[in-house]
Design a protein around this ligand. Structure first.
Ligand SMILES: Nc1nc2c(c(=O)[nH]1)N[C@H]1C(S)=C(S)[C@@H](COP(=O)(O)O)O[C@H]1N2
Ligand SMILES: [Mo]
Length: 505
């Protein structure tokens, strides 16, 4: 039996360790932004199956926002910590891209070199043998070295499960949480029990993965370390190099942990810098896998009226009198004199639309699931006018217009650096604009839009997460470039919470 551990194997093993730690830590950051888990897709308060917060949720809709539910984690534990779900999401994206790449190289080389035979069992004997080994461990003994060739049956089963079942399952459930995937392939998300099913299963798989890592690292030191450690470091079986290998393994683990923590502080030291570097990298993945997916909520048969949620979470509360006297007055007058501006910032051209004008445009209606990047979801039937139909009222697309900016009568909940609150806005690119499920909705579930969900009209961009969908819309304008608006990141959540401009995952 060939018991060599080639360099590529040892390198992939180390890289995997570094990247999985980054995935776990950024995953905890994401979870801490909404520290509750559900199976129900409307995330109704009180129906969580697990929570990591003592806060009680009000049963009433529209009084509590998900932003209020965010918990702060220490930068030593989460990546990056301190209520930075946006940056946590980017780190999750960067790490998963590298982790999948490293995993692919590893699995391909495993098959090319034939080393897969050491891991994947080819005989049913592994089951009774693993059972025997388990009994040995449970009696706090260590199986004899002769069983390790180089792995024993229990290791083969464990490694096969983690590499070929658990890791792919984490990727599949992770991908199921992308709005771009859901809007194009709703059946895929339904397969996992909807968005919350995918999210909860992803969490359970994370717990199994963490458990595996803890046991795996522990056993390496407890069971024949004189055999394991030189293998892990040098690849050969020269037990004489045990002391050297031991020092290198311990030093490496300490260095990796320090590296993980350093990433948090590097991120927190200049969050805008981290945002631009990290999203620059994750955008490659979005471009390849998600940007080409076009939603088709009206034509799909997977989400039906049966899926419509009883409860709908809120992010952002309706404008107050201080925020917009105009909106508050119009609300008390059945929206009679409220207008939405359709404009072109390049030429200054604009016109005012009443809600009646909006309703006169062709109606587009469909059932779709809303997801906030923090983790909650809700399924509704949305009805409205396509953004393209609204903009067409102004004439053809102006020369040089590359984006559309939508802003709100309401102010942002929170600004970057806690400066004075500015109107909530979001920018979408032309491809997203032209998707059939990019609408200005004025009805939900067959009745006028609820106040807290964006009345009288709110944007819906089904291929993206909720943060792109401005509520209480004030204007829709062609713009040349979003760099000139706000902090230049293309939206309030991008500016204040450092989300990515592209909200497809
Ligand atoms: N005006 C305004 N629009 C907004 C927000 C906001 O804070 N203000 N929050 C956004 C976010 S992050 C989400 S997830 C959705 C939530 O929509 P809902 O409150 O209708 O469920 O609205 C989006 N639109
Ligand atoms: Mo959100």
């Amino acid at each position: 039996m060939d018991i060599d551990f080639p360099l590529w194997l040892r390198a992939a093993h180390l890289l995997n360790f570094i990247l999985i730690g980054m995935l776990l830590r950024s995953g905890w950051e994401i979870l801490s932004s909404l520290p509750r888990l559900w199976w129900r897709n409307d995330c109704a308060p009180g129906t969580e199956w697990l929570k990591f917060t003592k806060r009680e949720l009000p049963k009433e809709e529209g009084v509590y926002t998900s932003l209020m539910d965010e918990k702060s984690m220490h930068p030593a534990l989460a990546l990056p910590g301190r209520e930075n779900v946006g940056l946590g999401r980017h780190w999750h994206g960067v790490s998963v891209m590298l982790w999948v790449l490293n995993g692919l190289v590893y699995v391909i080389l495993l098959f090319v070199t034939g080393l897969w035979r050491r891991i994947i069992p080819t005989s049913w004997d592994v089951i009774p043998e693993s059972f025997e080994t388990l009994k040995v461990y449970l009696s706090l003994e260590v199986p004899g070295i002769e069983h390790f060739t180089p792995y024993d049956s229990l290791q083969m089963l464990g490694y096969t499960f983690v590499i070929f079942i658990l890791a792919p399952f984490m990727i599949l459930t992770g991908v199921a949480m992308s709005p771009a995937i859901r809007a194009r392939f709703p059946w895929y998300v339904k397969m996992f029990g909807g968005h919350q099913g995918a999210r909860s299963l992803h969490f359970i798989a994370m717990v199994l993965m963490t458990g595996f890592i803890v046991m795996h690292v522990g056993l390496v030191f407890l069971v024949h370390p004189d055999y394991n450690l030189p293998h892990i470091v040098f690849g050969d079986v020269d037990n004489a190099r045990f002391a050297q290998a031991f020092v290198i393994v311990v030093a490496t683990v300490v260095a990796v942990i320090l590296f993980w923590i350093a990433l948090s502080y590097w991120t927190l030291a200049d969050r805008a810098r981290a945002h631009s570097i990290l999203t620059g990298f994750t955008e490659i993945g979005r471009k390849i896998f998600l940007n080409g997916l076009r939603p088709r909520s009206a034509r799909q048969g997977s989400f039906t009226e049966k899926d419509i949620s009883e409860f709908h979470w809120t992010n952002g509360l309706p404008p107050t009198k201080d925020e917009s006297e105009e909106w508050v007055a119009a609300r008390d007058n059945d929206w009679k004199d409220l207008t939405i501006t359709v404009g072109d910032d390049l030429s200054g051209n604009s016109r005012e639309l009443t809600i009646e004008d909006l309703r006169a445009l062709p109606r587009h209606s469909y059932i779709a699931t809303h997801t906030c990047m923090q983790g909650w979801s809700a399924t509704s039937e949305w009805t409205g006018a396509k953004l393209t139909d609204i903009l067409a009222l102004l004439g053809p697309k102006p020369e040089g217009a590359r984006y559309v900016l939508i802003d709100s009568y309401g102010l942002a909940q929170k600004m970057y650096d806690n400066r004075a609150r500015e109107p909530f806005y979001s920018v979408i690119d032309l491809e997203t604009l032209n998707e059939e499920d990019s609408i200005l909705a004025y009805e939900r579930n067959g009745h006028d839009l609820d106040i807290h969900l964006g009345a009288p009209a709110r944007a819906r961009v089904e291929s993206n997460h909720g943060y792109k969908m401005v509520k209480w819309v004030r204007s829709i304008r062609w713009i040349a470039d979003y760099k000139e608006y706000g902090d230049g990141r293309g939206g309030t959540r991008e500016d204040s919470a450092l989300q990515a401009f592209n909200g497809r995952i």
